[in-house]
Every structure is written in C-alpha cells, then in structure tokens.
Design a protein around this ligand. Structure first.
Ligand SMILES: [Cu+2]
Length: 140
C-alpha cells in the first residue's frame, strides 16, 4: 500500500516535470520576479490572453498587467472567480491585478462571459520538484 502511494507520488512528480516543460513553451510564461520580489507578467488582451498561462511560485505576490488592445465587448472585464477579483479593462490602458497565490494550484481567469480563458499556475520550481523526487526515490 505504501509502495503504491510512493509510486503514485513519483509518477505524479515525473508528470509534473514534463508538464512544466510543456507549459514553459510558447504559450506559458514564468513570472519574472521584479526587484521588489513581486512576480510580474504582462498580458496582452486581444483575441484572448497572451500569454494565457503564467507560472508563479506559491506564497509570493503576483502582479498581472493587462493591456487590452481591442474594442470587442467580450474582453471588457477580467474575472478571477477563485480570488473574487473583477476588473474593468479599458482599451489601451494598463490594468494591474495583484494577489498572492498562497496555495499551490490553478487560479483561472476569464472574460465576463468565460470565452477568453487563462490561468495562473502556482507551483514550486522544477528544481524544487526534482529535489522532492530524489528524496522520494529511495523509498521505492
Ligand atoms: Cu467574453
């Protein structure tokens, strides 16, 4: 039973590493910590969100700067349901959304009609994941 659980954890971590590398491709963006320690990502709002996936470290402040470059009614608001955040996005203006992703997990956001979608993924770095995996292997 213990072996099974440990194997599951190992598989999960391997999957996580693969997934992380996949996400770090063209669409995902890892937030770059500013000098202040805030993890900042600029998001273009036009035919969707670019990037639409942001990777952040859990427990540290996140700042998303949305710039809407279209007049489509669709994107006039951005909503983070799990964080209770609703913001107007006037055209050609930077709108800052700040929060702390205090727990690892996925924090989705969307336009008010849920047509444009994106997500903030709060996860430890690959280095952390590898260290955890290493520590897990001898138990197999
Ligand atoms: Cu919409």
């Amino acid at each position: 039973m213990t072996d099974l659980v440990v194997n599951m954890i190992g598989l999960g971590l391997a999957g996580f590493v693969v997934w992380w590398f996949w996400l770090s491709g063209s669409k995902g963006a890892r937030a770059v910590p500013a000098a202040s320690g805030i993890q900042e990502v600029r998001v273009l709002v036009k035919d969707g969100y670019t990037p639409d996936t942001m990777l952040v470290e859990p427990g540290r402040p996140v700042r998303l700067i949305f710039t809407r470059k279209e007049s489509a009614v669709c994107s006039e608001r951005v909503v983070f349901p799990s964080l209770g955040i609703h913001r107007e996005l006037p055209e050609n203006q930077d709108v800052i959304v700040e929060f702390v992703a205090d727990k690892p997990g996925v924090y989705p956001f969307s336009c008010q009609m849920n047509m444009y979608r994106g997500k903030v993924v709060a996860e430890a770095t690959v280095a952390t994941a590898k260290a955890t995996k290493k520590a897990t292997v001898p138990l197999n």
